[in-house]
Design a protein around this ligand. Structure first.
Ligand code: DON
Length: 314
């Protein structure tokens, strides 16, 4: 059953006021741009498959997309090479290790296991075809824009902040290359991965992107197909396995919805066929997930009875 507009509105308002009480966490500080985003910002947005939007707080504030971009590049590459090749070349399992782990690569013979950790996302970026980095980047920006339903843009200040501090990711790029799991020039792949993390997105945009998955691949605002319906379950499965990194299992256990986070403070969850829930608040927990963002999304999912593993009472 689809939640009513009244129920969604009430759940968003309740999650916002309860979320304001949640303290703890800290802004990501390894990327200088992120360290200076005001920590008290807090936004929530829900979009249904019919494009109805419900918001609270700073839902129009544009924040760094960061790792949520991994999902959209994965969608692009899955469309281009198919889900079987994605699983063969990158994987569809959790690493059980932090998002930027190099140990995971050592353990699994250079196979990243998931396109939603840094190694897997760099490998995914390496599969975007193009004559040069700009040509690859244009396709990634285009798919991000189609997911949200309007043009997004690179934030130059954020990109410079990321590009000048991404030596760990460049090391991952070379490790992938040495293992044979980087499928084009490793430094070009890291460059476009870094750019894809550097667009700005609002909570309302993020909800629209999630609603695009909830419909089965059609953006509810533009009504354009962004991803094939047959590929959507694979994307949602990848989110379930690694979307919240080392917290993904606990999230599945407690909330039961595929989700994806970024160190910019964004969190997105998808209730297939129904709606998407997005939230943003910069302070992160130790796994790299927004404290208030997770709280708000979980609160709404619970209030609306969206757990995919819940068995309806007969
Ligand atoms: O590659 C990085 O470290 C960042 N640009 C993005 C990481 C990220 O968002 C992980 N998320 N929780």
């Amino acid at each position: 059953m689809h939640p009513s507009a009244e129920a969604i509105e009430a759940s968003v308002a309740a999650a916002y006021s309860a979320g304001l009480q949640q303290q703890g966490g800290a802004n990501a500080d390894y990327i200088p741009y992120l360290a200076k985003v005001p920590s008290q910002l807090f936004g929530i947005a829900v979009m249904t498959v019919d494009s109805a939007l419900f918001t609270a707080g700073d839902s129009g504030f544009a924040f760094a997309i960061e790792s949520i971009s991994k999902l959209f590049t994965l969608a692009l590459v899955t469309e281009l090479i198919g889900p079987r090749a994605v699983r063969d070349k990158i994987g569809a399992s959790a690493t059980g290790l932090p998002f930027n782990s190099v140990m995971a690569l050592e353990l699994y013979k250079g196979k990243p296991l998931s396109p939603l950790v840094n190694a897997g996302a760099i490998a995914t970026a390496s599969l975007v075809p193009g004559a040069d980095a700009n040509a690859c980047w244009a396709q990634i920006l285009d798919v991000q824009s189609r997911f949200v339903g309007h043009p997004l843009a690179l934030c130059d200040e954020l990109n410079e902040s990321e590009q000048s501090t991404n030596s760990h990711n460049r090391a991952i790029g070379w490790l992938l290359q040495s293992a044979g799991t980087c499928y084009s020039d490793p430094m070009r792949s890291v460059d476009i991965y870094t750019r894809q993390c550097s667009t700005l997105i609002t909570s309302a945009d993020l909800a629209a992107a999630g609603a695009t998955l909830a419909t089965g691949g059609v953006n509810p605002l533009s009504r354009q197909r962004v991803v094939g319906a047959a590929n959507v379950p694979h994307l949602l499965a990848e989110m379930t396995m690694e979307g919240l990194y080392t917290s993904s299992g606990d999230w599945a256990y407690e909330v039961g919805l595929p989700a994806k986070s970024g160190v910019g403070g964004g969190v997105l969850a998808v209730a297939p066929g129904k709606l998407a829930i997005a939230a943003f608040a910069p302070p992160l927990d130790d796994a790299g997930n927004s404290v208030r963002g997770q709280f708000a999304v979980a609160h709404i999912a619970k209030a609306l009875g969206l757990n995919l593993y819940a068995v309806p009472e007969s």
